[in-house]
Design a protein around this ligand. Structure first.
Ligand SMILES: Cc1cc2nc3c(=O)[nH]c(=O)nc-3n(C[C@H](O)[C@H](O)[C@H](O)COP(=O)(O)OP(=O)(O)OC[C@H]3O[C@@H](n4cnc5c(N)ncnc54)[C@H](O)[C@@H]3O)c2cc1C
Length: 181
């Protein structure tokens, strides 16, 4: 999902991608979907811990205050054991992500859907039991209001919304199919 360049391959960091806080930041997508927990060293002293899902608050916006340092991101082992499904789309073949969705399914059928790139900040939907198609669609329509869809040269909000609904259903179908052949 990264538009590759020498910089991205050789020098860019996971923390830098989070701190840049672009909607298309793929390390934001990855660490949000894996329940990442940020540790921030505060400029004023002390430490703050908060989920990645709450760290990025908008396009180029996050919870850092001047001088703060994102020190580490912890990922719980349980998140690495979940079954996952991933979908991404760009306007151009290797273009910046216009929508990037990750679904993960617990052994007890609880589904977490992480929506990024299409929206100005990461949005997670939690379902205690894996939803059917109409429940999923209704939850997306209700929880991601139109103002949350990102608008820039990489995709119009209405298209990002359309792709979000479509890719979410693909993820649901893949994960449900995997558990219920
Ligand atoms: C050709 C090209 C393609 C790119 N494609 C993408 C793309 O597809 N998606 C995308 O999201 N971005 C993209 N970028 C933008 C950017 O390079 C990436 O987001 C990259 O991951 C940033 O990481 P970095 O480590 O280089 O951060 P930097 O550029 O070094 O830092 C970004 C900002 O965060 C601050 N910062 C960095 N690390 C920390 C830290 N640990 N604690 C506190 N503040 C910190 C810096 O001071 C700076 O303000 C692209 C850039 C180029 C040149």
């Amino acid at each position: 999902a990264f538009l590759a360049s020498f910089k991205i391959w050789k020098t860019a960091t996971v923390g830098g991608n989070l701190c840049m806080s672009l909607p298309a930041g793929p390390m934001i997508s990855l660490t949000t979907a894996l329940d990442g927990l940020c540790t921030i060293w505060k400029a004023s002293g002390g430490e703050q811990k908060l989920p990645v899902a709450e760290f990025v608050t908008g396009n180029h916006r996050n919870r850092l205050t001047p001088g703060d340092l994102l020190r580490q991101i912890d990922i719980p082992t349980a998140a690495l054991k979940r079954r996952t499904a991933f979908r991404q789309i760009s306007l151009a073949p290797v273009g910046r992500s216009a929508a990037l969705l990750i679904g993960s399914l617990e052994a007890d059928d609880a589904l977490t859907l992480t929506v990024t790139a299409a929206t100005v900040r990461p949005i997670q939907l939690l379902f205690r039991k894996a939803p059917d198609a109409s429940t999923l669609r209704a939850a997306l329509m209700q929880q991601i209001t139109d103002d949350l869809y990102h608008a820039d040269i990489h995709g119009a909000p209405i298209w990002r919304k359309h792709m979000t609904l479509r890719l979410a259903e693909e993820i649901r179908a893949e994960l449900m199919g995997a558990t219920r052949p």
